[in-house]
Design a protein around this ligand. Structure first.
Ligand SMILES: *[C@@H]1O[C@H](CO)[C@@H](O)[C@H](O)[C@H]1NC(C)=O
Ligand SMILES: *[C@@H]1O[C@H](CO)[C@@H](O)[C@H](O)[C@H]1NC(C)=O
Length: 289
């Protein structure tokens, strides 16, 4: 009996070992829920694709960026991909320079991507949706964590605040003890989750936004690992519609009117690498992990 069982196990094991690996052993994943907005960049997309609405079907070509810059000057394409990029999509890096001044906002330096299909009263602010993004640091273009950065957010339709904000650096008016952390805050600046910025690997985030119950659940993983719930559901006021934005908004120091005035050190060359940016429908509880 025992021998027989052992023999079967060994036989079974060698069959498994002999079988060819069905796919590369990279822990990438495809989104498994219906995609509402897809901000993933297909491999080999020409940088100029992003410059005009004639070609750019992924992001809004006109917002939000330096007045004298084209997206093809702002975006870089590191040869890399994050958990939900699979083999068809590529990482995209958003960069800042001294020319990253939008309209007359002389206090900010900013470059932010908006889903082309997103709208102030659109589907992105209704029902139950999960926003995904992955982020990686570029050692050649580090952020200056003395400053406050907004990196991913949902801005209310009346622009009065952001219902949810993913930030880095020293939040103005608060202790800078956590400046090396990514922070997810609600519209009042209350902390929902915080994790150290990883200088080497991808960090993957997902925010389940339940606009019906005004609740947020946060998922996270590092590298290519499966995401895990790390916070929530927490009660957060998500009312007010609006749009998502992803990129870099760098606030100045030494100002009480951060939009228009304040200090920004010159010769800026900063970047933030993103991947796996999409919004999925979680109405039936589905979240891609
Ligand atoms: C991109 O990276 C892959 C694997 O990491 C490598 O095989 C390929 O040669 C790289 N391509 C370029 C253009 O550097
Ligand atoms: C970081 O920002 C502070 C405040 O603007 C500035 O004094 C400092 O020179 C900056 N550091 C680097 C490395 O740019």
């Amino acid at each position: 009996m025992y021998t027989q069982t052992l023999f079967s196990l060994v036989a079974a094991a060698s069959t498994v070992l002999a079988a060819p690996s069905p796919r590369p052993r990279v822990n990438r994943a495809d989104p498994k829920c219906p995609i509402v907005f897809d901000g993933r960049v297909p491999l080999n997309t020409a940088p100029t694709f992003f410059d005009t609405s004639a070609t750019n079907t992924i992001f809004n070509p006109d917002f939000v960026k330096g007045n004298d810059l084209k997206w093809s000057q702002i975006l870089k394409f590191p040869n890399d991909s994050s958990r939900f990029d699979g083999s068809k999509f590529t990482a995209v890096e958003v960069t800042l320079s001294d020319k990253s001044i939008f309209q007359k906002q002389n206090g900010f330096r900013r470059a932010g991507l908006q889903f082309s299909k997103d709208a102030a009263d659109g589907e992105g602010g209704k029902g139950v949706k999960t926003l995904h993004w992955s982020v990686k640091q570029d050692a050649a273009r580090p952020l200056n964590l003395t400053h406050e950065y907004l990196n991913v957010w949902h801005e209310a339709a009346d622009f009065s605040n952001n219902q949810i904000q993913f930030q880095a650096g020293s939040i103005i008016g608060k202790s800078n003890a956590d400046k090396n952390n990514f922070k997810i805050l609600d519209r009042n600046g209350n902390s929902l989750y915080s994790v150290a910025i990883d200088k080497k690997q991808w960090q993957n985030f997902a925010l389940k936004l339940d606009y019906l119950k005004n609740q947020v659940t946060i998922y996270y993983s590092a590298g290519t690992a499966e995401l895990k719930s790390v916070a929530g559901p927490k009660s957060v006021n998500l009312a007010g519609g609006g749009q998502f934005q992803l990129g870099i908004l760098k606030k100045p120091t030494g100002s009480s009117d951060v939009v228009n005035t304040g200090y920004q050190s010159p010769n800026l060359n900063e970047g933030q690498i993103y991947g796996g940016f999409f919004l999925e429908d979680s109405a039936d509880g589905c979240v891609s992990l």
